[in-house]
Design a protein around this ligand. Structure first.
Ligand code: PGA
Ligand code: ZN
Length: 424
């Protein structure tokens, strides 16, 4: 039996300079690991609730209360507990908070303890990926790489939050990453040729933040960049979008502010269907808002046979919401963010529920992330098939890409199939 011997916690900083909870878990055999909680900007209201201090420190974003909850309320309950199965620690953790959304202890406190426990136990198995999948070839995920950023990640320069590239024709992970990087580089050169001198600056997730005239201009830029990269649109590389539409809702309509238009759900679905006719779009995330179940069902009936429809704020990595989505045919893929759930096991439960329905599963970073690379190990260990980390710039993003490159170079691996079954 392995037990937890000590838990330490402190306030650290994430990639946006905002405080985050850091935890170190030490096991009785001396294995020790740290974990830092990530944090979103376009967070859904149904997510597990992180705790922020308010007041003057860090403009209210301090996490000293959450840190103190780890030290005073969580550590006394988990020290001495059997950690042979880290899922048992997760099951214990969720009983410690009287609130289902973990907002009393703080989901940032709970998640950091959960993750640090998994990582400490993984030390004895070589890696977190190998703890989760001890035998056989590891499945490396297809990357989704941010090229143009908008919405809450880039000062709302365009309405769409992410325009990404999926190198869906690449034969292996390293090639996929190189193709994606090439598309991003060509998009930057093209943007500068079009007079956008700020194309050298990077947004929260490392993508280009450009004051483009509208959403279609962003799609055109990425489509042109794919061709300029010498790749065949659709066959080698395709476009993915995250509308983060919960953020667009104004007075019950979806506002495309950059274009001065307000659309109802049906009109927004029709608009995106036009984009999908004109551009090689393979995947659309959060096309509709977090509670617009009818709109989601309409989108899936309209577009679901040719576009992967990914629920992020809709499902918030909650197996019960995924269950409803399956019954309502309200999407055909799920985004998995561990901090939406609050524990590693909770996130895995959402992933397995979606997978059992035949859905694609995409493990995702947050816009406020950290230098840690455990997300890559989770995506691989869970055989998620897809990963979304932001762009190829900024170290908190490359930490995950570099970990996947390391796994490809040092482990027996296979590379994921393309989304929507598009053949390579
Ligand atoms: P967030 O954005 O981390 O700011 O919520 C990521 C996403 O919407 O996928
Ligand atoms: Zn999203």
């Amino acid at each position: 039996m392995t037990t937890i011997a000590a838990v330490a916690a402190w306030e650290a900083l994430d990639s946006r300079g905002k405080p985050t909870v850091a935890v170190a878990v030490t096991l009785d055999d001396g294995s020790r690991a740290t974990a830092l909680a990530p944090s979103g900007a376009s967070a859904g209201s149904h997510e597990a609730r992180e705790l922020r201090d308010g007041g003057h420190r860090y403009r209210g974003a301090g996490v000293r209360q959450a840190v103190n909850h780890v030290i005073d309320r969580i550590a006394p309950r988990v020290v001495g507990a059997d950690a042979d199965e880290p899922a048992d620690i997760d099951a214990l953790l969720v009983t410690l908070d009287p609130r289902a959304d973990l907002g009393d202890l703080g989901a940032n406190a709970v998640l950091a303890v959960s993750l640090a426990t998994w990582r400490a136990v993984a030390r004895r198995r070589g890696s977190l990926a190998r703890l989760l999948q001890p035998e056989g070839a590891l499945l490396l995920p297809m990357p989704m790489v941010n090229v143009v950023s908008g919405g809450a990640h880039a000062g709302r320069l365009i309405d769409i939050q992410d325009v990404l590239v999926i190198p869906n024709g690449a034969p292996d992970f390293a090639t996929a990453l190189e193709w994606a990087s090439r598309v991003r580089a060509e998009a930057a050169v093209l943007a500068q040729e079009h007079g956008y001198e700020t194309a050298v600056l990077v947004a929260d997730e490392g993508g280009l933040g450009l004051p483009l005239p509208g959403n279609r201009a962003a799609l055109q830029l990425v489509a042109d960049a794919i061709e300029r990269a010498g790749l065949e649109p659709g066959r080698d590389a395709s476009i993915a979008l995250d509308l983060a539409a919960t953020q667009l809702v104004r007075d019950g309509l979806y506002e495309l502010a950059g274009e001065g238009r307000r659309l109802d759900s049906a009109a927004l679905v029709a608009e995106v269907a036009e984009w999908a006719d004109a551009f090689p779009i393979l995947s659309v995330e959060d096309l509709l808002g977090e509670d617009d179940w009818e709109g989601w069902s309409l989108a899936t009936a309209t577009l679901g046979d040719r576009v992967r429809l990914v629920g992020d704020d809709l499902f918030v990595t909650d197996p019960r919401r995924v269950e409803r989505g399956i019954l309502d045919r309200a999407a055909n893929a799920v985004l998995i963010k561990v901090n939406q759930s609050g524990t590693v096991s909770g996130a895995f439960a959402a992933l397995t529920r979606a997978r059992a329905a035949g859905w694609d599963t995409i493990v995702s970073a947050r816009s406020g992330d950290t230098e840690q690379s455990w997300l890559a190990d989770l995506a691989v260990g869970w055989s998620a098939g897809q990963i979304k980390v932001g762009s190829t710039h900024r170290s908190e993003r490359t930490a995950k890409w570099n970990r996947l490159l390391e796994l490809e170079a040092t482990e027996k691996t296979v590379f994921a199939r393309s989304p929507m079954g598009v053949r390579r």
